[in-house]
Design a protein around this ligand. Sequence first.
Ligand SMILES: [Zn+2]
Length: 459
Amino acid sequence: MQNKIKDYIHSHKDEMLADLSALVEIPSVKGKPADGAPFGVEPKRALDKMLEICDGMGFKTSCCMDVVGSADYAPDNAEVALGILCHMDVVPCEPENWATDPYKVTEKDGILYGRGVIDDKGPAVAALYAMKCVKDLDIPLKKGVRFIFGTDEENGSGDMEIYMKHEKLPPNVFTPDGSFPVINVEKGMMRSFIGGKYEGGAVKCFRGGSIPNAVPDKAYAQVAAALSDVQAAIDADKSGAVFTAEENNGIVCINAGGKSAHASTPESGINAVTALISLLNKLPNEGKQADMLKGLEKIFPCGETDASSVGLNAADKTGATTLVFSIFNMENGECSGVVDVRFPTCLDLKTVEDKERAALAMAGCTLDKFMGDEPHCVDEDSEFVQALLRVYERIEGEKGKCIAIGGGTYVHHVEGGVAFGVERGDTDYHMHGADEFITVEELLRDAVIFANAIVEICG
Ligand SMILES: [Zn+2]
């Protein structure tokens, strides 16, 4: 049967590429809400296109509130046991940075380029053809499968919030919008917005970071200081950041350059904000501003990424806490900033909030508001996860294992949901960047894996 599935998928390559092309041609970036299109007309157009493709294959389709579509294959009205969750929306792109037209699938040497080919239109087409393959080959199923496609994954999954209010998800759901083998743990996340007030101080202004979920690679400050003192502090600095300083009328402008990294892996970056704060604290300063900067250095020391100075360092089999002080601005007696914390299942949102609030108070700052998610964890020994791992091992020929990540996937709020594919190993598929790609061979192999998963779970 495995060979029949493989042959079927390979002999339908042209149709798969044609459907993928039709979807990629729709620039389904989130837009202004319109009539019958809550996330914009283009995501809705992609949703309609996918519904049309599914209808054409003879699947029973439905559309929930113009935001999520679905197609069922459930012989003899069997109960649906498996959901495969994909999304039709894409992130914006800068066409000038692409070697090809991002809204056309271009094939070069077995590689497909185009916005959405890996995230998530390619995997969606692979999942759809997996379902069609099981249907056309008449492989007996005891349970049904539902292919589900949303339109707001890239901007907070508001589509799933609506869907879950109206529809019940199948008991087993995977999303091919992550990595193989299986992602069963997604750490908790808290993004906090901090503030504070001070008077006076030698630092006239501070600006650092612009992306809430990244290690900031740039920071800038103006300080009333002697250039020689600043130079001495720079010479003694061991943060790894690169500083430049120049003086203008008694004010020294300092630029700090660090190294950017995603907030879920901050240890690979160099934080320009905490490096510059540490540098400023070596210069003469006094009063409330000096206390605040010293306090911030105490709770967010340069080079520390495990939150130990906030009392949140913890680790279990789901990973370890990470913390990034990602944005900090200070001017005219007020400061504001953003802190991103990712935490394992041994901590919860309330603990993270309480400890961070207490730490900030010691620095004379406040936690003004935050967004947060509890960790998401699915039992590695569950029958569902084990079935996916078995399939992965059979097709890929290598040991399947569960992985924990610091980011959140489309199933973060789906009980029992895991990510299954489609990124492999350390390959950089330029997801969200220019020249996003997937190989033809991988796209076909993904479809083979998904067809086998359907049979394994529903057969
Ligand atoms: Zn995605």
